[in-house]
Write a protein that binds this ligand. Structure first.
Ligand code: OFO
Length: 170
């Protein structure tokens, strides 16, 4: 059984994951109307879907542990960006914020001696390490090649490989 505090914090995370999905959906929609960046656009759409999956995972967990997952109201995300680099800066900042929020949940699970929730949260901890590192790599790469036309063309090609999870067995 979840404590009241744990349940409230997990529900807050439901909102954060749902909001993340909206934030990246808005980036995707904006990217879609920029010329020649189809793969970047697809990356944002995929990322938005992943965040929705993160949210659903939390909803199922809360309900399975005897709580009640509350579907939240969401805020209007930022709709347009001065450049692709700005969108990727915002993505990295957002992922850092999400990681901090996951860490707070881990703290509460330890205070509660709620080892089931602690164990469940480890998936999110690992996921955040990956997502932050991917966002950093993309930001660094964009800084290196620049977000003028030719740089963006290369980045749009590279993003497919960058965002494909590496098989640790290879
Ligand atoms: Fe990218 O944040 Fe979910 O967990």
């Amino acid at each position: 059984m979840l404590s009241e505090k744990m349940q409230a914090a997990l529900n807050e995370q439901v909102k954060i994951e749902a909001q993340s999905s909206q934030v990246y959906l808005a980036m995707a929609s904006w990217a879609e109307i920029q010329p020649g960046i189809d793969n970047i656009t697809q990356f944002f759409y995929n990322h938005s879907d992943e965040e929705r999956m993160h949210m659903l995972k939390l909803i199922h967990f809360i309900n399975e542990r005897g709580g009640f997952a509350k579907v939240p109201a969401l805020e209007q995300p930022i709709l347009t960006f001065p450049s692709i680099s700005h969108a990727f800066d915002a993505l990295l900042k957002h992922e850092i914020f999400v990681s901090e929020s996951i860490n707070k949940l881990v703290d509460i699970s330890l205070q509660d001696k709620d080892y089931a929730t602690h164990n469940f949260l480890q998936w999110y901890v690992a996921e955040q390490i990956e997502e932050e590192s991917l966002a950093r790599t993309m930001k660094d790469k964009l800084e290196m090649i620049g977000d003028e036309k030719s740089g963006l063309y290369l980045f749009d090609k590279d993003i497919i490989e960058l965002s494909t999870p590496k098989d640790p067995m290879i």
